[in-house]
Design a protein around this ligand. Structure first.
Ligand code: CP
Ligand code: NVA
Length: 305
């Protein structure tokens, strides 16, 4: 069987993604009930290459592997030959000889694709400049856990048309919900990604109008990793795009608020938004662990019934 990778949400079918969400919810409830007694990965190893910072992604993948009875290796370009110019394809071939899967957080999505092309073990995108699909597994899991079926519902993305926004657009395609994307002009998502989603995705300019009657509202930082020098220009451009409690008041009465975190209180969200009961961001962050366990299990072992 050909090696499966997870570089974007489009690498799995809608049915496989639905399976992963249901499986992640089951893995979570079994962990809560019995502790980490399910260890399908004895002696299996995940290599984790981080070219950007991380708290949630590193801790969730490392804990997932430990609880599953396996092991995760943290690899930074500072300490590996990748940082000294060893070609990506060579590194992929070498790691494929030793580990069972590779997780990469990097800048260039094309580099990630090149790595996957040369790898004979599954490669997981743990964030690139263009996508963050693992976060969306946790986000969809959280939405389903809190509200049941999400097909046909309406989510709103407010802020930058960035890697998270692109993955939300792919999620709208794969999980069949409507997504309103509300960005300031000049900060829209990639038009090709929007067009491919068809009429499920629309671009709006007025955040208050976008949030009206929505089932879910989400946002992200205005300057992503690698854009630090644009911080002040972006603060000016995104003025008026802060998500507030008042904005959620115009949404559906059972609206949920998600944020992949880290959050900048007082910038993309009001200082108190994460304390609002409609915000389920700590549950969302915790679900990274369970969703990625389901993903790793699927990529290494296939469906578990
Ligand atoms: N949301 C997310 O990916 O967080 P980290 O950058 O801390 O991994
Ligand atoms: N858009 C953010 C997401 C962080 C998890 C970034 O790329 O920095």
């Amino acid at each position: 069987m050909a090696t499966r990778h997870f570089l974007t949400l489009l690498d799995l079918s809608s049915e496989e993604l639905d399976y992963l969400i249901a499986r992640a919810i089951r893995i979570k409830s079994e962990l809560k009930a019995h502790g980490p007694d399910y260890t399908p990965f004895a002696n299996r190893t995940l290599a984790m290459i981080f070219e950007k910072s991380s708290t949630r992604t590193r801790v969730s993948f490392e804990t997932a592997m430990a609880q599953f009875g396996g092991h995760a290796l943290f690899l930074s370009p500072r300490d590996t030959q990748l940082g000294r110019g060893e070609p990506i394809g060579d590194t992929a071939r070498v790691l494929s000889e030793m580990v069972d899967a590779v997780m990469i957080r990097t800048f260039s999505h094309a580099d990630l694709e090149a790595f996957a092309e040369a790898s004979s073990v599954p490669v997981i995108n743990a964030l690139s400049d263009d996508y963050h699909p693992c976060q969306l597994l946790a986000d969809m899991m959280t939405w389903v856990e809190c509200r049941g079926a999400i097909q046909g519902k309406t989510a709103v993305w407010i802020g930058d048309g960035n890697n998270m926004c692109h993955s939300w657009i792919n999620a709208a395609r794969q999980f069949d919900f409507t997504l309103r994307v509300c960005c300031p002009e000049g900060y829209d998502p990639d038009p090709a990604i929007v067009t491919a989603a068809g009429d499920r995705v629309s671009i709006l300019r007025d955040p208050r109008q976008a949030a009206e009657d929505a089932d879910l509202v989400t946002t992200d930082v205005w300057a992503s990793m690698g854009q630090e020098q644009e911080q002040s220009a972006r603060e000016r451009a995104f003025k008026g795009f802060q998500v507030t409690e008042a904005m959620l008041d115009t949404a559906a009465s059972d609206v949920l608020f998600l944020h992949c975190l880290p959050a900048h209180r007082g910038e993309e969200i009001s200082t108190t938004l994460l304390d609002d009961p409609r915000a389920v961001v700590w549950q969302e962050a915790g679900n990274r662990l369970h969703a990625q366990k389901a993903l790793l299990e699927f990529l290494l072992l296939g469906h578990i019934d």
